[in-house]
Write a protein that binds this ligand. Structure first.
Ligand code: GLC
Length: 554
């Protein structure tokens, strides 16, 4: 559409099978093994039989999928028989369809919130890239991929715009946080305005947008078996531009991506500047998705090599330094400081006195998680739901770490789930710390909004992580909770309070991703083979970090 010349580019030179790619082999021999190159179609089919034969963490298909349905089939569920559709599902679909945004008569996305009662619209009448992800997944799972394709192409076009904030030109690869379609009823024309951060409150950079775009392109490809979109020169270029922004060399001493505050779903000042887990997990996942989508032509190969090297370094860094469990916490508690040279144990010179009191009580004997941020003399011990769930989905966490994250969620159910899934972050920051960290943000007071608020949209990520780790009963429990209130409360954007009991102070109603997040969670639980479009299997060759701790095995 829109003159991008989407011809059916030859697809026998297929996107290579990289979901279970062998990183070390690629590094050693940059020339690719031809026999490892299989098309998505072949992969989908063969994965099915692999799924049926294999046990363990990736074995969700054989365990829960009733029919062993190919992902190439129209994903409209034919397996509903064992599950009575909840009355909320039909309501949710209706609400989701009401949120559709059209550009020249084609659906291109969903509006963030359809809340007419709200006196202030702000930018909730726009299509946000991150907000559209669960909508897109719902449509893919329901066999309606066109809107997803339209969205991917439309945002790709927006990427091509010249982006400026005052006199500063943004990187070519930047993807917008959101866009809005303006309908002119007189001239009968549609135009688009996009926001790359230049209009956003606080002028925050949507670092997550490009990553979600790549992740969604893979989900589309995986779900439809349509290779032609990802293989177009436009999509290949779009991916490379995004990656160029984050793979370029600089002064960094870490493989993690340095970001300003407000760079993700948490798009206000919340002390997530530095190396936030939310971005690192999405970065890792996008790199792996890109690896499976990039063509192995001259340009693509160079990019692939850089990705592979970064993935190696990134997974090592994250698994070693962001991981926290009982043993690790105890080690940090006993850290010596001021150690110089490469023999240092306390590499980042974290001062044990900076460990917050709450974390000692919060940490269960069994379980663990990736902490919020790690940089010189700074560990942000807060729990972030999105980062940890995406880490599981991308297999950034080892299978043991994934299990430990689920153990933690179970052990700290009241804190992390309470009465409404799911806390965006835990715990809230208060008083003096709130003043310093948020800049006295009245929207982010304790246990509200981004500061310990409960976001129903996170239900889909939790459900996906549960299915991947073979613990669907946890998702079931969370969905049951959501079903007691979400519709009755008109799909709020977030809930407030320690238990997530109150509709958020400034929460929008009819928030689209609360609706689609619920639908995606339901559909995945009903037919776990959907998980494949948003989950990546572990790379068996990526050496697990040798760890002192083994709390998850005790
Ligand atoms: C708020 C959220 C952000 C979301 C937007 C639209 O700004 O913090 O994550 O994308 O609303 O729903």
């Amino acid at each position: 559409m829109e003159g991008l010349g989407l011809k059916n580019v030859s697809s026998h030179c297929s996107i290579s099978e990289m979901d279970d790619y062998d990183l070390s082999r690629l590094l050693d021999k940059p020339r690719l093994n031809i026999e490892r190159q299989r098309s998505f179609d072949e992969r989908s089919l063969s994965e099915l039989s692999i799924g049926l034969a294999r046990g363990g963490i990736d074995n969700y298909e054989s365990t829960y999928s009733p029919g062993g349905r190919s992902v190439l089939d129209t994903p409209v569920s034919s397996t509903r028989n064992s599950f009575e559709p909840h009355p909320m599902v039909a309501e949710a679909w209706e609400a989701l369809r009401r949120s559709l945004v059209h550009f020249r008569d084609q659906p291109v996305g969903t509006i963030a919130a359809y809340d007419h009662a709200s006196e202030e619209v702000l930018n909730y009448d726009q299509v946000f890239v991150r907000d559209f992800v669960p909508s897109a997944l719902a449509f893919l799972m329901n066999g309606e991929p066109d809107i997803v394709k339209n969205f991917l192409l439309k945002t790709l076009q927006l990427q091509g715009w010249e982006k400026r904030i005052d006199r500063f030109k943004l990187g070519e690869g930047a993807m917008p946080a959101s866009f809005k379609v303006l309908h002119d009823p007189v001239r009968k024309t549609d135009t688009i305005v996009a926001d790359f951060g230049e209009s956003a409150i606080g002028r925050v950079a949507p670092v997550d947008s490009g990553f979600w775009w790549i992740i969604l392109l893979r989900a589309y490809t995986k779900s439809t078996g349509d290779l032609s979109l990802a293989e177009t020169p436009e999509c290949q270029k779009g991916m490379k531009l995004i990656l160029t922004l984050c793979l370029s060399e600089g002064f960094d001493t870490f493989p993690t991506l340095l970001c300003a505050d407000g760079c993700s779903m948490i798009d206000r000042r919340m002390g997530i500047y530095g190396y936030p887990i939310e971005i690192q997990a999405l970065f890792f996942m996008a790199l792996r998705c890109a690896l499976s989508l990039l063509k192995h032509d001259a340009e693509g190969k160079e990019c692939i090599e850089r990705i592979v090297k970064r993935l190696h370094a990134l997974s090592y860094h994250m698994r070693s330094y962001f991981w926290l469990d009982f043993q690790q916490l105890n080690d940090i508690y006993r850290y010596k400081t001021e150690e110089y040279s490469h023999t240092a144990v306390n590499k980042f010179n974290v001062i044990p006195d900076s460990i917050p009191e709450w974390v000692f009580d919060f940490m269960p004997t069994r379980g663990g998680y990736f902490i919020g941020n790690v940089s010189p003399a700074r560990m942000d011990f807060r729990w972030f739901a999105l980062g940890n769930c995406v880490a599981i989905l991308a297999s950034l966490s080892t299978p043991e770490q994934s299990m430990a994250i689920m153990d933690l969620i179970e052990a700290r159910w009241e804190e992390l789930v309470g009465e409404m899934p799911l806390k965006i972050t835990y715990p809230a920051i208060e008083s003096h710390e709130w003043r310093i960290v948020t800049g006295c943000d009245p929207k982010n007071t304790r246990w509200s909004y981004h500061n310990g608020g409960s976001w129903p949209v996170l239900l889909w990520l939790l459900t996906a992580a549960c299915i991947k780790t073979g613990r669907p009963q946890i998702a079931r429990r969370a969905i049951d909770l959501a079903e007691t209130r979400l519709l009755k409360d008109s799909w709020p954007e977030y809930y407030d309070g320690k238990l997530g009991r109150y509709i958020g102070k400034q929460a929008r109603k009819h928030q689209t991703w609360s609706i689609s997040g619920y639908l995606v969670a339901k559909m995945m639980l009903e037919d776990p083979s959907h998980l494949g479009m948003i989950s990546l299997e572990e790379d068996k060759q990526m050496k697990p970090v040798i760890r002192r701790s083994s709390s998850w095995t005790c």
